[in-house]
Write a protein that binds this ligand. Structure first.
Ligand SMILES: [Zn+2]
Length: 228
């Protein structure tokens, strides 16, 4: 059945790159923006927890009274479960980012299921929370990634706006890009961790966060977590 679907896509001439794109619906439905026209936005973080950046991010969110969504990586959850527990206790939404942080578009169904299941288990073990959202590393999917996430009770999520904060362009640049690109319903992608280096430096993102939250509020935006 899946083989037939792949052959069908190829026959239809759908460019593979487009299908793998984070917001493409070719490989199943993906949440790319919030429903409705309200001036609300969602702040999401990938690749944490990280021992330096995540506590600072959580401090800022607590001080500002903002709830965000963290797509935690199982491999890092295993090392710093207390940060995941704290995010849950602070009222944030916990999402699954898998365990290994491999690009999933060329991986077998067995690999994908194992990766997503291990990621889920780490988050449950650390926090008692069963994640209801999944974001693929780099947004790369195949015909079976979204159905496997759905079978685990997780809605696949993309993003509206990425600001390349992981390239560390400076906190001012990160904040400016976020404020320029946000619209009603936007889902902002930030990184409180590094998908490959557990101790990777994401302090610039934490430093940019107060200006992002303040600037968005000045523009009339409110903050919300992701719908189920
Ligand atoms: Zn990632």
């Amino acid at each position: 059945m899946i083989g037939t679907a792949v052959a069908g896509l190829a026959a239809a001439g759908i460019a593979a790159h487009g299908a793998w794109h984070r917001n493409s619906v070719v490989f199943g439905p993906v949440l790319t923006r919030l429903p409705g026209d309200e001036p609300v936005v969602s702040i999401t973080f990938d690749d944490g927890p990280n021992p330096r950046a995540t506590p600072r991010v959580l401090d800022v969110l607590r001080r500002e009274g903002v709830r965000a969504t963290f797509f935690f990586l199982g491999r890092h959850v295993e090392r710093w479960p207390e940060l995941v527990r704290r995010a849950a206790l602070d009222g944030h939404q916990l999402g699954n980012h898998g365990y290994y942080h491999r690009k999933l578009h060329r991986r077998s169904p067995g690999f994908v299921r194992d990766d997503l299941t291990r990621g889920t288990e780490q988050i449950v073990r650390a926090s008692g929370v069963r994640p209801r959202h999944f974001r693929a590393p780099h947004g790369f999917r195949s015909p079976w990634v979204t159905p496997i996430a759905a079978s685990l009770g997780q809605r696949t999520v993309g993003w509206s706006l990425g600001v390349w904060d992981s390239a560390r362009p400076g906190a001012d640049v990160i904040a400016a890009r976020a404020l320029e690109g946000m619209h009603a319903g936007s889902i902002l992608l930030l990184h409180d961790g590094d998908g490959y280096d557990p101790a990777g430096d994401r302090i610039q993102t934490a430093e940019a966060l107060p200006a992002i939250l303040d600037g968005l509020r000045r523009r009339g935006f409110r903050f919300t977590t992701l719908p189920d």
